[in-house]
Structures are given as structure tokens and as C-alpha cells.
Design a protein around this ligand. Structure first.
Ligand SMILES: Nc1ncnc2c1ncn2[C@@H]1O[C@H](COP(=O)(O)OP(=O)(O)O)[C@@H](O)[C@H]1O
Ligand SMILES: [Mg+2]
Length: 292
């Protein structure tokens, strides 16, 4: 098959994927998103023969628009623009999880510092304030007191971009010093790890350590439902342990493989390519049936 890989920077993760595709004899079309131009009707020529395009853009805006254009040309894209739109925004992500009855931390969104303050006081301290767009723990705040809340809200309202005027407030979950990342293809876990740290941001903190995690039936079920809630695809589902159960705090649409590969010993790029092959083959079979 011919696989287009949309990227702006080739990190270790992309290298692993490209190597796996080439080792299996697939044609790889490297698509540097900075050089492509997307028209309304015809795809850029580099995309013409792609059976599937894998979006590995780092910048969210590029990922959202590029996947939407590729989809509009009728070329299958992973992840779909619908999934990307939901996962790229923490408010949309939470709404999708709640609509699917997937347990997720108590969350409220407010648009002024006064109403955000009312939520924070109601949730109690500590609580968490997150930007709706962004990742790697950037600009996330754990708020321990009313005076800290006032300072952060004022800073965001005065200095923040328009996205930061959306106040996303979440209850603080007393997790056991770690969270869980499960990478799944259309809801089926392929590898999972815990990320531990003394810092409350266990995913992005300096010195956070990753270890393999054995998925139990409950996690398997939650991952399947969380994946369906955001439209499926190649996803990283993030969960926290809540004592006797789990809560899903987000689903990510551009997943990294390297740490997971190292922590679990699972050949993550291999499993991802297995899934891509199945998808492309499945679509070809469906097409063949239609044309009979
Ligand atoms: N409500 C919460 N309570 C406690 N810890 C949290 C909460 N939300 C997030 N965290 C911690 O912060 C990390 C980053 O949060 P997350 O919502 O996944 O944002 P990011 O987009 O930066 O990955 C999580 O991996 C977890 O360790
Ligand atoms: Mg996360």
C-alpha cells in the first residue's frame, strides 16, 4: 500500500513508523506539511496515490486543517478530522466522554474570572485549571488557595490569548502518584504504561518514570468506550486510578510511541502498521463487494 505521512518534523516516533512501513515493503510518501498547498477540489499531487494518510503534525492547527482537507479529497486519514477536532480541545473531549457515560473528572467551563472563581470555590482546593488547547502539561495549574486562584485568573484574563479566556476547571483527583496511558487502535489496547512522578503532572514532569501496565477488564472496557466517544482511530487514552476504579481525563489524537515502546517492550509501530494494513485491506474488500 502507499502510505502518506504528514509531518513537520521527523522525531524518533515518526522514524520508528517510517522504518516499520518501509521494512514491510510499503511505499512511503513523506508529506512535509510546510511545503504542501491544499486546494478546495484537487489534492496536492504527492497525495494522489495514497491509500491512507497518517497525520503526524505537531502543531494542532496544522493537524486539524490538513486532516480536514485530506478527508475532503476522499483519502482515508488517520486520525479523522472529527476525532482530531474533539481530541484537540479539552472541553470537547470532556463533553464527548460525558455524553458516552465514560467516567471523567468533574469539570466546568466558565467565561469570566468571576464565574470561574465560583466554580473553583464550589469544587474546593486543590483544583485544576487547564487550557482547553495544548499538551505536555503546559500552562496547567494546580490551585491550592483562593488567593492563588485570583492571581491565576487575573493573569489569564489580562494576558492570555482568546483560548485562555475559556476557563476549564476540574476537580483534583487524588491519584496514586501516577496516571495510565493506553494506546489503542479503534478501541483495542495495543500497549499501556503508567507514568509516575512526585510532581502532580505525572506525564510531563522532569524525572517521570514509565513502566508497563497490565490492562484489566475495566480499563479495556473504558478504553473501548472512550475511543468510540471521540470517533475511533489511533489514540492515547489517559486514565487515573481513583481507589477502587478509574477515571478517563483525556483522549489524545497524536500519540507518541517511543516511551511506550521502551517501557513495555511491545513493538508499538509494528502493531500500528498491522492496524493500518487491516484498515486499507478492509476498505479494498468493501469496495470490491460494491463493484461486484
Ligand atoms: N484532575 C486532575 N487531578 C489530578 N491530576 C491531574 C488532573 N488532570 C491532569 N492531571 C495530571 O496532569 C497530567 C496532564 O494532564 P492532561 O489533562 O493529560 O493534560 P496534557 O494535555 O498536558 O497531557 C496528567 O497526566 C495527570 O498526571
Ligand atoms: Mg495527557
Amino acid at each position: 500500500m502507499q502510505v502518506g505521512v504528514l509531518y513537520s518534523r521527523i522525531r524518533q516516533d515518526e522514524k520508528l513508523l517510517l522504518n516499520e512501513l518501509r521494512d514491510r515493503g510499503h511505499d512511503v510518501e513523506k508529506l512535509d506539511v510546510r511545503k504542501l498547498r491544499f486546494g478546495l477540489h484537487e489534492p496536492p499531487t504527492a497525495l494522489l496515490n495514497c491509500d491512507v494518510v497518517v497525520d503526524r503534525c505537531l502543531a494542532t492547527s496544522r493537524s486539524l486543517y490538513a486532516s480536514q482537507f485530506v478527508d475532503s479529497y476522499g483519502i482515508p486519514v488517520v486520525n479523522s478530522p472529527t476525532t482530531a477536532r474533539i481530541c484537540a480541545d479539552k472541553a470537547k473531549n470532556s463533553l464527548a466522554l460525558a455524553a458516552a457515560d465514560v467516567p471523567t473528572p468533574r469539570t466546568e467551563v466558565a467565561f469570566t474570572k468571576e464565574s470561574a472563581m465560583a466554580t473553583i470555590e464550589e469544587f474546593g482546593y486543590p483544583c485544576v485549571l487547564k487550557p482547553v488547547v495544548g499538551s505536555w502539561g503546559r500552562l496547567m495549574a494546580k490551585i491550592d488557595s483562593r488567593s492563588a486562584a485570583e492571581a491565576i485568573l487575573e493573569h489569564k484574563e489580562t494576558l492570555g490569548h482568546y483560548e485562555h479566556k475559556v476557563f476549564y476547571v476540574q476537580e483534583f483527583v487524588e491519584k496514586p502518584g501516577r496516571d495510565i496511558r493506553v494506546v489503542a487502535t479503534d478501541g483495542v489496547p495495543i500497549a499501556s504504561m503508567t507514568r509516575s512522578s512526585d510532581h502532580w503532572l505525572t506525564n510531563a514532569a522532569q524525572g517521570a518514570t514509565a513502566e508497563a501496565f497490565e490492562v484489566d477488564d475495566e480499563v479495556r472496557d473504558l478504553v473501548e468506550r472512550a475511543s468510540r466517544a471521540v470517533g475511533g482511530g489511533l489514540l492515547g487514552v489517559d486514565l487515573m486510578e481513583t481507589g477502587d476504579s478509574y477515571t478517563v481525563h483525556e483522549v489524545n489524537h497524536t500519540v507518541e510511541f517511543k516511551a511506550l515502546d521502551e517501557a513495555t517492550g511491545v513493538d508499538v509501530p509494528g502493531r500500528v502498521v498491522d492496524w493500518l494494513e487491516e484498515r486499507v485491506l478492509g476498505e479494498r474488500e468493501a469496495d470490491a463487494e460494491v463493484s461486484v
